[in-house]
Design a protein around this ligand. Structure first.
Ligand code: PMP
Length: 427
């Protein structure tokens, strides 16, 4: 089958080939031995974690070589240096998501911790037996389990907004599942399996009209499309550095200042206190109140460097290029004529995530055979067991893109999959 529907082949002014030179790991060849030069790495597992450019790696080396000390403790020069860099990184995050104030940007260790912080701290203080928390059927386990734990502690009820067979929220059902009992709506901006881009403004509008707060799981959206927490008007937003060129071990919790001020601290220890006595403590002001212990100093500074890099490329170009890759991936998969079933909507309605099943071939076998050809994809339930159950499958294969992927890599992926399927047919 001709790949005619992907007529556009480039985004003007955007050249992934030259960008790739910044990413040392993308020069890797796999399975080399003796005279065999091996195959180039085709990294299509970006929804799990992205790779880092030299500029981000160098920022980490620079801190360790020239500026490293613990932050906010210093009465010495080096500590002032690392504190300045750490706070500069906070300011970069603030600008990137357009938060009103730096106190609304909390460094955590990742999306999972950010959501747990809200479920524990805000949830325990505000949710009672008989109250409801509304999630969706497409949430990652990180935006399910903390709320189930809250339900165990408080007796509240967790409800789910259903999805359609092609992986979009059933928005018509929202008024029925929202009520005056709903205390919080927890919703992913982009599904890590379906790629679906959810209509956040409408969800937030309806949730607020019902008196509920809204937490957005933005792990899969912040790295790929512009985020403006003020115009969204979400109450909380969570994302991870490692999915946007940054180091692992750092994430962000954005919260509206008034809410964060009222919330008790999540973790207790050093740095989050104003005063400790033998009979108690007073918490520190924001953002320190939610940054107990030594924070992820160097990862946070690296995240700042990652934001600089992404800004230089531009989120509009990133989104447009990923759409090209997604369209092409749909085309090459359909051309295989192998009973492909896409999990999720059409390319135009989603981010750069293509999950699929093939008739009579297990997702793990797909991933293993692709790996032989150097192609890294993810197989399994992708931390969304309820979503896979809803779609009547136990696992799927997932190719997920970032701006450094090329159309040539998508072709390699298609060819490798075709070869793998021929192996299966012979068996
Ligand atoms: N939510 C979504 C939508 C995700 O894709 C992920 C990562 N797979 C998470 C939450 C959890 O992120 P982390 O593991 O960085 O805490």
């Amino acid at each position: 089958m001709a790949l005619a529907s992907s007529s556009l082949t480039t985004v003007s002014g955007f050249d992934p080939e030259s960008i790739r030179g910044d990413f040392p790991i993308l020069q890797t060849r796999l399975h080399a031995s003796g005279d065999n030069p091996g195959v180039p790495l085709v990294y299509l597992d970006n929804a799990a974690t992205t790779q880092r450019p030299r500029q981000v790696i160098q920022s980490l080396v620079d801190v360790y070589e020239k500026h490293y000390a613990n932050v906010h403790r210093g009465i010495h020069w080096l500590s002032d240096q690392s504190t300045d860099l750490y706070e500069e990184a906070r300011e970069k995050v603030r600008t990137f998501i357009n938060a009103r104030e730096r106190e609304e940007v909390i460094f955590t260790h990742g999306t999972t911790e950010s959501i747990n912080c809200v479920a524990r701290s805000w949830g325990d203080a505000n949710v009672r037996a008989g109250d409801e928390v509304l999630l969706s059927e497409m949430e990652h386990h990180a935006n399910l389990v903390p709320w189930y734990q809250l339900a165990e502690r408080t007796g509240c009820k967790v409800r789910h907004l259903p999805i359609t067979d092609d992986g979009r929220l059933v928005m018509d059902a929202l008024p029925q599942v929202l009520s005056e009992r709903t205390r919080l709506v927890g919703i992913t901006a982009v599904s890590n399996v379906l790629g679906t881009i959810n209509p956040l403004p409408e969800i937030i509008r309806q949730a607020h009209a019902a008196g509920a707060k809204v937490l957005v799981d933005a792990a899969q959206s912040v790295p790929h499309m512009a985020t403006d927490v003020q115009s969204l008007d979400c109450d909380f937003l969570a994302f991870s550095g490692h999915k946007m060129l940054g180091p692992s071990g750092v994430g962000i919790l954005y919260g509206k200042r008034a809410l964060l001020e009222e919330m008790p601290p999540f973790l207790g220890g050093g740095s989050m206190i104003r005063r400790v006595r033998l009979d108690g403590f007073e918490p520190a002001d924001l953002p320190a109140k939610f940054e107990a212990g030594t924070p992820p100093i160097v990862p946070a500074i690296g995240l700042g460097a990652a934001i600089d890099y992404i800004n230089q490329i531009g989120l509009d170009a990133i989104h447009a290029h990923e759409l090209l890759l997604t369209r092409r991936a749909h085309d090459v998969l359909e051309a295989l004529d192998a009973g492909v079933r896409f999990l999720g909507p059409k390319p135009e309605e989603k981010a750069g995530i293509v999950s699929f099943t093939l008739k009579n071939v297990h997702a793990h076998d797909v991933a293993q055979l692709l790996d032989r050809a150097g192609v890294a994809v993810r197989a399994g339930h992708h931390c969304t067991m309820p979503l896979h159950k809803r779609l009547s499958c136990t696992s799927s294969s997932r190719a997920s893109f970032y701006f450094y992927n090329t159309l040539g890599e998508v072709e390699t992926f298609g060819r490798a999959l075709g070869d793998a399927l021929r192996i299966f047919k012979r068996k």
